[in-house]
Design a protein around this ligand. Structure first.
Ligand SMILES: [Zn+2]
Length: 232
């Protein structure tokens, strides 16, 4: 085995589920009992902004109440101690990686604790509500929306992600269903550049066959065990 220097880690719903956060399930298309078409598309926001703002106000509240679990903590330790390049690309909108102490984190689908002004395009750390149409702290317009990448919108920082995947020696996917693109294609992207690929998941996913290796179990157990192994 060639020496591993650069690691890209993709995390999804499975890592935050054990912290009590539910996210979109590709299997039934539901997110907290809402159809994604009703709460996670630009069309839904135009049609019923109150429903969408209320939905994300609740998600924000849940995120603030949740705590990082041993899987987040193990990845934060890896981030601290790994001497090579490392990037945690998360599909999750919570800040549990950061609260566990990880710094090299990229939120490709946006963040629950961020508000984006559609008038001046400023982004603000946000912990309260948006349903009451608060003014943008930068320009004063009542034009804030959740800073979430909705279905039909372009995920954030794809260039940076693809460039990290091209340099990766190891790509690890943790707790993702392998059903939502473009993230579902990262494993092939990394493999085509010669990276070894590993999946850590509760159960086999749609994409399992594309990985060199799959380890099954709860993230709070198999992620710390893997980190222990990598740090030797
Ligand atoms: Zn503004």
């Amino acid at each position: 085995m060639t020496a591993i220097r650069n690691i890209v880690i993709l995390t999804g719903a499975g890592i935050s589920a054990e912290s009590g956060l539910r996210t979109f399930r590709a299997e039934d298309g539901l997110w907290e009992d809402h159809r994604v078409e009703d709460v996670a598309t630009p069309q839904a926001f135009r049609r019923d902004p109150e429903l969408v703002q209320r939905f994300y106000d609740l998600r924000r509240e849940n995120v603030l109440a949740a705590q990082p679990n041993p899987a987040h903590q193990a990845l934060a330790r890896l981030d601290r101690e790994w001497p090579g390049e490392l990037l945690i690309v998360t599909q999750n909108i919570d800040d549990l990686h950061e609260r566990a102490g990880a710094q090299r984190v990229l939120h490709m689908h946006g963040e629950a604790l961020s508000a984006w002004c559609t008038a001046c395009h400023a982004r603000h750390h946000w912990t309260s509500t948006l349903l009451d149409s608060p003014p943008c702290p930068a320009c004063g317009a009542a034009a804030l929306r959740p800073d979430i990448v909705w279905f039909g919108e372009m995920p954030y920082e794809m260039e940076r992600i693809f460039s990290a995947l091209a340099r990766a020696d190891l790509f690890v996917s943790i707790g993702t269903s392998g059903a939502v693109y473009p993230a579902a294609g990262f494993v092939q992207q990394a493999a085509s550049h010669g990276a070894r690929t590993l999946e850590l998941n509760l159960e086999r996913s749609l994409g399992s066959s594309m990985f060199d290796e799959t380890r099954l179990g709860p993230a709070s157990e198999i992620v710390p065990a893997w980190v222990e192994e990598v740090l030797g």
